[in-house]
Design a protein around this ligand. Structure first.
Ligand code: HEC
Ligand code: HEC
Ligand code: HEC
Ligand code: HEC
Ligand code: HEC
Ligand code: HEC
Ligand code: HEC
Length: 395
């Protein structure tokens, strides 16, 4: 009970309304392909510890691993004691976050009369910026109406939801999970040619992104290496040393190029080293003007650094397995590794910014997402959702 009491910080709702969160919303569209089960050839993350202990340890705090998870009991309420407990749309309609016997619930009220309640079962997002929640209704995973915006420390209507309208039945489909989980299978019911229903097989879902989500099923690799400890080289796993730059960036772009590209095959079977063009169709027009949210690949690909260096890739700046936030100075060192001598004008040099420590704010400025924005109720202005652009340039 204690955790929950701490939660009751009365919160006067500012009526945040997220107009759209398109990358994640588009994911709803039926992509019309079937999944190939691959789970049986996986070894599981703990198998990797004995030989890749350092990488395993590093990876424990990486946001990828926590990007989807099961909510157990009242954990949610205990963990986020600073979370206010309700969101009011207006004087009549509100949704409260409440503790009930079987867990934490979102409960909708009209004029203080309960309309419906849904349990928090699954969380999407590690919580860096936001966490979206879902509840099981049979074998369907439905999104809960309130999303928690960590940076603003507030609940708000989930992205894409209409203001002042209760809606608890938006389905979270397998496409969401393709980017936010390691595995999930659909049960597809068909009459001759028509797909009549698609349900998730609940027990098939493997939450969070694990080693084999990126590297591919590695049971055979682990078994071989165990039997042949004298073998220093790896077998039955794609060797990154021979990756081309496209292979390297594809390993990230599979989830970091948005969801506009038509899915040809399930990306659950994509592994580092594969050619992404065999999984996702040609980029649509967004490639010309990519959004800062979710389309890091397209933005970076439009930068002179990427085009002219031929070597720059995501891993030049990001550590894949660790959780090291380089900080602006750390990231700037990466820039300097290629740009030892830069001719800045006197005007730039007198900007007051210590250039060496912060190339980022000028050349990868925060820009507002076209896909996500906020509306404050009682205020017609739309507030921006700022993310860093990956198009490195002179702004
Ligand atoms: C019995 C020891 C052993 C186990 C268990 C094991 N590996 Fe390996 N693995 C090796 C060895 C040895 C290499 C080659 C040396 C190196 O790159 O560390 C290797 C290399 C790799 C590589 C690098 C390939 C490259 O060069 O780019 C990946 C990726 C990899 N293992 C993934 C895994 C994953 C994922 C698991 C757990 C499911 C796992 N390994 C379990 C021994 C093992
Ligand atoms: C094509 C891959 C892809 C799909 C599909 C996708 N996401 Fe995401 N999602 C991402 C990436 C990448 C990020 C983080 C980077 C960013 O915001 O650009 C993210 C961020 C998020 C965040 C914020 C996480 C945080 O810690 O701040 C939430 C919440 C989220 N997604 C929920 C969803 C939900 C719910 C769906 C399905 C309706 C979905 N996503 C579908 C790739 C995807
Ligand atoms: C988000 C995707 C992703 C996840 C998750 C991931 N890896 Fe990797 N890993 C990569 C990529 C991409 C490379 C190749 C890097 C490069 O370009 O050289 C790599 C490289 C490696 C290597 C060889 C190079 C090195 O650093 O020694 C090993 C071994 C490895 N990973 C093991 C693991 C293990 C074990 C886990 C889980 C604890 C894991 N990886 C999780 C993407 C991932
Ligand atoms: C299976 C899908 C998937 C793959 C593959 C993937 N990512 Fe991500 N990535 C995500 C999602 C989902 C998030 C949002 C995590 C969260 O919930 O906070 C994310 C977040 C991030 C973040 C921001 C979080 C942080 O660490 O500060 C970075 C940076 C990132 N990814 C880099 C990469 C790089 C580099 C690669 C390739 C080696 C890669 N990702 C491969 C899905 C993926
Ligand atoms: C792998 C090497 C490499 C890295 C790392 C790198 N760049 Fe570049 N960058 C280049 C090359 C090559 C060019 C094109 C030739 C030139 O203008 O110097 C370039 C061009 C630029 C330009 C001119 C852009 C234009 O549109 O004319 C700017 C500004 C720039 N880089 C800033 C940065 C910043 C800031 C970082 C770090 C966030 C960075 N670069 C990281 C290689 C790199
Ligand atoms: C030249 C350096 C550089 C390269 C290359 C690079 N990033 Fe980043 N990335 C950054 C910086 C700087 C940030 C902002 C970090 C911060 O503010 O803490 C960032 C942030 C992110 C985030 C978090 C989103 C946000 O705005 O908070 C994601 C996701 C991400 N990068 C993915 C990628 C992917 C995928 C690639 C390859 C396609 C990539 N990055 C290549 C420098 C780079
Ligand atoms: C105060 C903003 C600011 C900061 C900080 C800054 N730059 Fe620049 N940069 C600019 C502007 C503006 C230009 C265009 C030329 C000019 O007016 O100085 C430029 C031009 C460049 C160019 C293209 C010119 C050339 O010589 O090729 C590169 C490369 C570059 N910057 C890299 C960097 C790197 C690396 C850092 C960090 C060590 C950095 N910049 C820090 C604003 C900035």
């Amino acid at each position: 009970m204690v955790g929950f009491r701490r939660l009751i910080v009365v919160f006067s709702s500012i009526g945040l309304l997220i107009v759209l969160f398109s990358q994640c919303m588009d994911a709803e569209a039926d992509k019309g392909y079937e999944l190939v089960a691959t789970d049986s050839t996986k070894a599981g993350m703990t198998t990797c510890i004995q030989c890749h202990g350092n990488i395993y340890d590093d990876y424990q705090n990486n946001p990828h691993q926590k990007t989807s998870s099961v909510i157990k009991g009242h954990d949610l309420l205990q963990a986020n004691s600073a979370i206010s407990n309700q969101f009011s749309f207006d004087d009549h309609l509100k949704i409260a976050v409440e503790r009930r016997d079987s867990g934490a619930y979102q409960v909708a009220y009209v004029d203080n009369k309960e309309q419906l309640s849904r349990r928090f079962d699954v969380a999407f997002g590690s919580g860096k910026d936001a966490i979206t929640f879902a509840t099981w209704q049979g074998n369907r995973l439905n999104q809960l109406q309130l999303t928690y915006f960590s940076r603003l420390k507030t609940w708000a209507n989930s992205p894409g939801y209409r203001d002042k309208q209760l809606y608890f039945s938006r389905e979270i489909d397998v496409r969401c999970l393709e980017c936010h989980a390691s595995f999930a299978e659909n049960k597809i019911t068909k009459t001759e040619s028509l797909v009549t229903s698609k349900e998730l097989i609940r027990g098939s879902i493997s939450y969070g992104i694990d080693c084999e989500r990126c590297h591919g099923p590695a049971a055979k690799h682990a078994e071989f290496q165990l039997k042949h400890p004298e073998q220093k080289g790896a077998k039955y796993i794609s060797l990154s040393k021979s990756f081309t730059r496209k292979q390297k960036t594809d390993a990230c772009a599979v989830c970091h190029s948005g969801s506009d590209r038509k899915a040809l095959r399930s990306t659950f079977v994509f592994k580092a080293g594969d050619d992404l063009d065999e999984f996702l169709g040609k980029d649509s027009q967004t490639a010309v003007d990519p959004d800062v949210h979710g389309q890091q690949m397209q933005s970076l690909a439009g930068s002179q650094c990427f085009i002219q260096s031929k070597t720059l890739d995501c891993n030049t700046c990001h550590t894949i397995h660790g959780n090291k936030n380089e900080g602006l100075a750390g990231y700037s060192d990466k820039c300097i590794s290629c740009h030892q001598t830069v001719k800045h004008s006197d005007r730039t040099l007198s900007s007051g910014i210590v250039l060496k420590k912060n190339c980022i704010d000028c050349h990868m400025p925060k820009k507002s997402s076209k896909a996500i924005s906020f509306k404050l109720s009682g205020n017609s202005k739309i507030a921006a959702y700022l993310l860093r652009t990956h198009k490195i340039a002179v702004y």
